[in-house]
Design a protein around this ligand. Structure first.
Ligand code: ADP
Length: 396
C-alpha cells in the first residue's frame, strides 16, 4: 500500500511517500515559500537521488502539482492514481475529531469552522485537501489531528478557570497539540520497556521549535502543557509559553501595540529568540561555551520550565514508568537532558552521564541500571500518520 503523507503549513508542504508493505520511504521532500516571488521544491528518493528547483509557487495546489511532477520525473511514481491514500496532519481538531478521520464534504465543513483555533495551519490543511481532491477526486484522504490524542484529558485538567459561559458558548478550553508525536514515542517506549501500552505511565517531552509536555497514564494523555493554541506551556523557539495574562494589556500600553500585535510578539519574537536573539539550540549552546550570558539565561529559563512541568506531572500521574525525550532538542541535546535531570536523585532520577553523552542510535536508555528509565526516543510523526491512514483506508 502506497501512502502519501502531507504536512501542510501556511507557506510550505512537507511530503513523504511510503510503501507500507515494504516498510520503506520511497521519497521525501519540501515545497517552501509558497506565495513568495521565489519558492523552492526539493525532493530526495530512497535511491539517494535528489533534485531541487527554485521557482514561483503560487499556492498549495501549484505546490502539489510540482510535487507530483517531480515524483514522476524522478521515476518514483507514474501518477497520483498509484497512491492508495493520503494522510494529512491536522493541527486543531477541537473536540470534533478524536481519531483519524476520512475526509468527506461534511468533515471539510467542520474544518472550516475550526480555522480560528489554528489560523495559520487549518486553512493550509484545507487548501491542500481541496487541491488533492481536484487533482485525484477518488483518492481517500485521512486527517490525523494533533489534538486527538489529548481528548482523554479529564475536564478538571482541560478547563480554564474562566466564566463557564465561555466554554459553553465558544468551546474555550485546553486542547493540547503534538498528540501524534507523544502517542508515537510513548508507544515506542512502552514496547522498548516491555510494558503493555494500556498500563504505561510516562512523561513525554517533545522539544523541537514548538515544545510540549504530556502526562500519559495507562497509555492515554491525561494532561499536556499546550492549551487552546500552541502558545501555552514551555518556553519554545520563538513562543513565550506560560505567562501572567495581565501582561497582554500591560505590554500593549507600554509599547503602543494592539492585542493582535502583542500576541504576534508572544508567538514569534519571544521564547529563546526573545531572550537571546537566537532560537537554534545548537548555536545557543555554542554561545554558552563562549561565556555568552544571554544565551545561558535563555538556556536556563528553557530548562527550568521543563523541570517545573516534570515535577508537576509526576504528581498528576502518581506513578511513573519512564521520562521520554524527543524532538530536535530532546533527541540531540546532551546538555539540555543533563540540566533537566540533574540533582533529582531524591526523586529516583539518575541519568547515566556516559549514555547521555553518547546515546546509541534509535531508542536509547539514558538512565542508570534499575532506576527510573530515562529514554531518548526519535519521533516520526509522518510514519504515525501513514500507519493511521492505512487503518482508515483498509476499512473502506
Ligand atoms: P520542529 O518543531 O520545527 O519540527 P525540530 O524538532 O526539528 O523542530 O527541532 C528543532 C530544534 O532542535 C532547533 O532548536 C535545533 O537547534 C535543535 N537541535 C537539532 N539538533 C541539535 C543538536 N545536535 N543539539 C542541540 N539542539 C539541536
Amino acid at each position: 500500500m502506497r501512502v502519501l503523507v502531507l504536512n501542510l503549513g501556511s507557506s510550505s508542504i512537507k511530503f513523504q511517500l511510503f510503501n507500507m508493505d515494504k516498510h520503506m520511504v520511497l521519497a521525501k521532500g519540501l515545497v517552501e515559500q509558497i506565495g513568495e516571488p521565489e519558492g523552492k521544491i526539493s525532493i530526495t528518493t530512497n535511491a539517494k537521488a535528489s533534485q531541487s528547483e527554485s521557482l514561483h509557487i503560487a499556492d498549495h495546489a501549484h505546490g502539489l502539482l510540482k510535487m507530483q511532477e517531480k515524483l514522476q520525473v524522478m521515476g518514483v511514481l507514474k501518477s497520483l492514481d498509484h497512491i492508495d491514500g493520503v494522510g494529512a496532519s491536522g493541527r486543531a481538531g477541537g473536540d470534533l475529531f478524536i481519531k483519524p478521520t476520512l475526509i468527506t464534504p461534511e468533515v471539510i465543513g467542520h474544518l472550516e469552522e475550526l480555522c480560528p483555533l489554528a489560523p495559520l495551519h487549518n486553512p493550509a490543511h484545507l487548501a491542500g485537501i481541496k487541491a488533492m481532491q481536484a487533482q485525484v477526486p477518488n483518492l481517500p484522504q485521512v486527517a490525523v489531528f494533533d489534538t486527538a490524542y489529548h481528548q482523554s484529558i479529564p475536564p478538571h485538567a482541560y478547563m480554564y478557570a474562566l466564566p463557564y459561559e465561555l466554554y459553553q458558548q465558544h468551546k474555550l478550553r485546553r486542547y493540547g497539540f503534538h498528540g501524534t508525536s507523544h502517542d508515537f514515542v510513548a508507544q515506542e517506549a512502552a514496547r522498548f520497556l516491555h510494558i503493555p501500552y494500556r498500563n504505561f505511565n510516562a512523561i513525554s517531552l517533545h522539544l523541537g521549535n514548538g515544545a510540549s509536555v504530556c502526562a500519559i497514564k495507562d497509555g492515554k494523555s491525561v494532561e499536556t502543557s499546550m492549551g487552546l493554541t500552541p502558545l501555552e506551556g514551555l518556553v519554545m523557539g520563538t513562543r513565550s509559553g506560560d505567562l501572567d495574562p495581565a501582561l497582554l494589556s500591560y505590554i500593549g500600553q507600554l509599547t503602543n501595540k494592539d492585542t493582535a500585535s502583542v500576541v504576534h510578539m508572544l508567538n514569534h519574537e519571544s521564547g529563546l529568540k526573545g531572550l537571546c536573539g537566537d532560537n537554534d539550540m545548537r548555536s545557543i549552546e555554542k554561545r554558552m561555551a563562549a561565556q555568552d550570558k544571554k544565551a545561558k539565561l535563555a538556556f536556563d529559563t528553557y530548562a527550568h520550565r521543563i523541570r517545573k512541568y516534570i515535577g508537576a506531572y509526576a504528581f498528576v500521574l502518581g506513578a511513573l514508568d519512564a521520562i521520554i525525550f524527543t524532538g530536535g532538542v530532546g533527541e540531540n541535546s546532551t546538555k539540555l537532558r543533563h540540566t533537566v535531570c540533574s540533582g533529582l536523585e531524591n526523586f529516583g532520577i539518575f541519568l547515566d552521564e556516559e549514555a547521555n553523552a553518547n546515546p546509541r542510535p534509535g531508542i536509547a536508555l539514558l538512565s542508570q541500571a534499575r532506576k527510573l528509565p530515562i529514554l531518548r526516543v526519535p519521533t516520526n510523526e509522518e510514519l504515525a500518520i501513514a500507519k493511521a491512514t492505512v487503518q482508515v483506508v483498509r476499512r473502506l
